[in-house]
Design a protein around this ligand. Structure first.
Ligand code: BES
Ligand code: MN
Ligand code: ZN
Length: 502
């Protein structure tokens, strides 16, 4: 769907759907588009307010049909809650919820009016970006394998109506790039593993690279063997699908090698010989969400001409219990020479990431950020809406958390005290791949830290947040596309800060 911008007044919209926003207040209609539309409809909105049906409560969407009294077919009034708490995240979610509601009613276009109260305190470019993201994210459907009985209804196009055409166009451009990148990540993560093999993941990354001007290199198993990636290849041994180490480069300026975005790319996680129970296995087609996120993020950075050098690294393989699979108690040697005792083949994410981190260090990249659906333990600790962050550099971690706050993706830091180091000591190798019953998300991060070495590094464990079981605001059921927008924001903020200080 195309999103555009115009300076048309809300009352002049001829769209099938006009979306306006109201706060929760004694008079939710005071000023702005709500006031104008109420006048146009001879006080119909005021009547709904008086009846207590329209309150401006957060999440509320009231649909009012104009029945020929106004140029638009219907008006959707979305509540934003308390006026003091209205921010971009509320607008993004309200837009998504209202857009889905409009789509469920009938085919047609959608205009979103933002000029005047209650949004006039927010920057118009930022608003247009958040609304564009809300539209693209909220209306996303993964329906490529579906043959519905009736053609599904759709919003054919949307416009944002505001004051300043140039500011609006810039926000729409940024929002479209971020929304499309997030949906690209969702498409990869939602695709079942028989279709999205490591080979197919590399092929889709290649197509994206061609479209956006990124460099791409795919290391085959033989290349990985030459580099000494015994940990990554160990996981791949149980599968008939060839493993791929996917590498994408964006050169945005400067001579430094730049930073690394590393994503776990397990296209299906059976657990390997430490086989998962059936019920925990069904969602494991999404165990490459971290890899999908970094591929999508670097694509967005290329489209935005980000002034930074960025390399994305995705170790992609299945984790299968084949006849050649690694077994509990096997010892693997990673690219940096460290030996790993594999006590549980289901702790495979850290094994493939170990070599990806070594490879990033080998390329001289800094800082490193990895994103992975790494542990069920992080979901036990933080739930399904907050991503866990662990780092060897608290200042760097704070940058990522701040970028998440702007993007509306919640991130919370877990500690990395020395005490946890003992939990991954092995009597027969340099490190073991499980840390026992307690602090599972942290011991996984402690394992990764061994391979990040002294390079500033942040680890995001998104095993709780990569998937949603219901539609809610800009999140829709299935793959969430977390943390694509945070990664892009973090790289852009960093580049801006470096420019300032140089
Ligand atoms: N991919 C899983 C983690 C996961 C669990 C992601 C649930 C999404 C939802 C990971 O490879 C895994 O199996 N981790 C194990 C580690 C354990 C064996 C130390 C886990 O969390 O149980
Ligand atoms: Mn696993
Ligand atoms: Zn896994």
């Amino acid at each position: 769907m195309e999103v555009g911008a115009a300076t048309t007044a809300a009352a002049d919209s001829t769209a099938a759907n006009l979306l306006i926003f109201v706060p929760r207040a004694d008079d939710p209609l005071a000023g702005g588009p709500a006031h104008a539309i109420d006048a146009l409809l001879d006080g119909a909105l005021s009547l709904l307010v008086a009846a207590g049906e329209l309150t401006g409560k957060r999440g509320q969407v009231t649909v009012v049909h104009t029945l020929g009294r106004a140029p638009m077919t219907r008006v959707l009034v979305a509540g934003l809650g308390d006026p003091g708490a209205i921010d971009l995240e509320r607008v993004r979610n309200a837009t998504a919820t209202a857009a889905r509601r409009a789509r469920a009613l009938a085919d047609g276009t959608l205009d979103v009016a933002i000029a005047g109260p209650p949004l006039d305190a927010l920057d118009e470019t930022d608003l247009a970006q958040a609304i564009t993201e809300g539209l693209l994210l909220g209306l996303y459907r993964f329906d490529r394998h579906l043959h519905p009985k009736e053609a599904p209804k759709s919003i054919s196009g949307a416009r944002i109506l505001g004051h300043d055409a140039a500011a609006l166009a810039e926000g729409v451009r940024r929002g479209a790039i971020l929304g499309e990148a997030t949906n690209f990540c969702r498409d990869l993560a939602n695709e079942p593993s028989n279709l999205l093999t490591p080979t197919e993941m590399a092929a889709r990354a290649e197509t994206m690279a061609r479209d956006t001007g990124l460099e791409i290199q795919v290391l085959e198993e033989s290349d990985a063997a030459e580099l000494g990636m015994g940990s990554f290849l160990g996981v791949a041994k149980g599968s008939h699908q060839p493993a791929k180490m996917i590498i994408l480069r964006h050169r945005g300026g400067g001579d430094e090698p730049g930073l690394a975005l590393i994503g776990k790319g397990i296209t299906f996680d059976t657990g390997g010989i430490s086989l998962k129970p059936s019920a925990s296995m069904v969602s494991m087609k999404q165990d490459m969400s971290g890899g999908a996120a970094v591929i999508a993020a670097i694509g967005a950075l290329a489209r935005l001409n980000a002034p930074a050098n960025v390399t994305a690294i995705v170790p992609a393989t299945e984790n299968m219990p084949g006849g050649s699979a690694i077994k509990p108690s096997d010892v693997l040697t990673a690219m940096n020479g460290k030996t790993i005792e594999v006590l549980n083949t289901d702790a495979e994410g850290r094994l493939v990431l170990a070599d990806a981190l070594c490879y990033a260090n080998h390329l001289g990249l800094t800082p490193l950020i990895d994103v992975a659906t790494l542990t069920g333990a992080v979901a036990v600790a933080l739930g399904t809406t907050t991503t866990g962050l662990m780092t060897n550099d608290d200042a760097l971690g704070a940058e990522v958390i701040a970028a998440g706050a702007v993007s509306g993706e919640k991130i919370w830091q877990l500690p990395m005290f020395d005490d946890y180091d003992d939990l991954i000591k092995s009597p027969i190798a340099d490190v073991k791949n499980t840390g026992g019953r307690y602090a599972g998300a942290i011991t996984a991060a402690k394992f990764l830290e061994v391979f990040a070495g002294d390079t500033p590094w942040v680890h995001l464990d998104m095993a709780g947040t990569d998937d949603a079981d219901k539609d809610s605001g800009a999140t829709v059921r299935g793959a969430t596309g977390v943390p694509v927008r945070t990664l892009v924001r973090w790289v852009l903020d960093r580049a801006a800060k470096q420019k300032e200080s140089s």
